[in-house]
Design a protein around this ligand. Sequence first.
Ligand SMILES: [Zn+2]
Length: 558
Amino acid sequence: MKVAIYTRVSTDHEDQLSSLKHQEEYYIEYCHKKGYEIYKIYADEGLSGTSAKREKFLEMLHDAGVDAIIKKNGRIEFELSDRKPKFEMIITKDVSRFARNINAIEIVRALKRKGVYIFFENADLSTKMNDWEFRLGLFLLFSQQESIDRSKKVRFGKLQRAKKGHYKMSVVLFGYEYDKQNDKYVVNEEEAAIVREIFDMYTNQNKGTKIIAKELNQRGIKTRRGKKWDGEAVKRLLTNEKYIGKVIVHRYTKPDVMSSARYIERDPSEWVILENAIPAIIDEETWKKAQEIMESRVQFSKTGRKVGAKTGESDFYKKLICAKCGAYFTRVSTTKMRKKLNAVIKEYNYFCRNRRIYGTCDMKGISHNTLEREIMNFVQSKILHEMIKKKDYEKQMYEMLMNIQKRKMESVEKEREKIQNEINEIGAQIDKLYDTFLTNENSQLLLEATQRKIEQLERKRKKLEREKMKYDMSYIEEENQQIQRSYQKIQEYAEKERYTFEEILAMIQKIVVYEETEEGRELEFYFNLPTMLAYIFEDEIEDVETEIIPHSWKIQIK
Ligand SMILES: [Zn+2]
């Protein structure tokens, strides 16, 4: 049997590169013993716990006949090619080496469809097994736990620092610049003038966001990212509270297990608001006026859904995909006079964007009513069933998660103590360096070297101090509560008799709409069913678009 070997080493430890060599030697012998023929060894180097480049991994998928396609939103999708796989099995040491995110399951599924199995050596797990998905989930749970803890600590540390008034923007906001020397944000006067002008146009000149964007573009003004302005960008600017000096941290969280959204806004009571964190560009009165105008332009439809300036998004915004050209569908509303009812009725239809705007696609549109009807029918039968089916599995996940939390709570004091000891030890080292070298008459060279060493130790001490802060009981308890809430919700979902349309929408990841044929029309549903597994991958959210295991089904409609 022809096999491929996949290995991965982290290069953040110096001695790891030599371990790559050892791994290779090991597998050559291993395969020799088993009578396997090695097609190729694919070895990636990268930092552990990050989504570092994994060229060899992608190359291996390609050789297995699976294409990884990077979508515009950065998400990677896996598609089967017509190529024959160059091997029948992939051997890899353990799950975390193979794939650190939820894509693992998607990848395994794609490989299986090409007839390629994976053997995870440490876990003694082959994807040939019937219950591989469940087993893989469990192993992921363990192997990811460490990296989750690490990233949660980092985030918690960020919050603690933010509470103390330190704040970092990942991209410096338009109107500001970062003063490296003094470690603070200062006003960029040239840009600030434009910000004031935008607020003035909106609040005093009665100009809309789109008109403002147009004017800015005409004058050749670019956004912070060097792009053209559009209505949305102007709207974001006008609603940004940073312009009055206010910085809100701890505002967004990872998506709830029930939602397919990327980020979720926390309850405002949980926000940490830092007043005067950065210099204001706009006075509060003007800013408030802008918000009021924005609010007043939002209308409510009869069903209570917001329409107009603020949302402008349809129920299926970025969820309907054209099978022909891959573009999203956009909503088109038409008003019809119903003479019998003597009423004006608004109807919604969705059309492929490429057809609607560029005329480069000829996919037929689909009505909102058809979609809603088909989805409701489908969900009431299939999804409910699916939720019931995985109830036990979710229970096991939940119990395991709670066990891990319990262990964490038990070790909080111990961990704190351990770190404190390390801090003390470093303190003693620093004292010693001061005593022995800095007070004596030493050469300049030795003095400088000693100083550098002390600085290095100080940095290490600070790092440990931050680390210590993260071992905090209330933080872990907050986590516990969140896990419990999610689990309750999952159980609740499994016991429901019906879902509301809103609940269903939250679970829909995407729907691929196929062409109409004589037999009817196919719709392919992708659902992100709520699962406790979401907790395992939450640390990936900032760099990789993480998905809760997608389930997809195709249905035929008449
Ligand atoms: Zn199309």
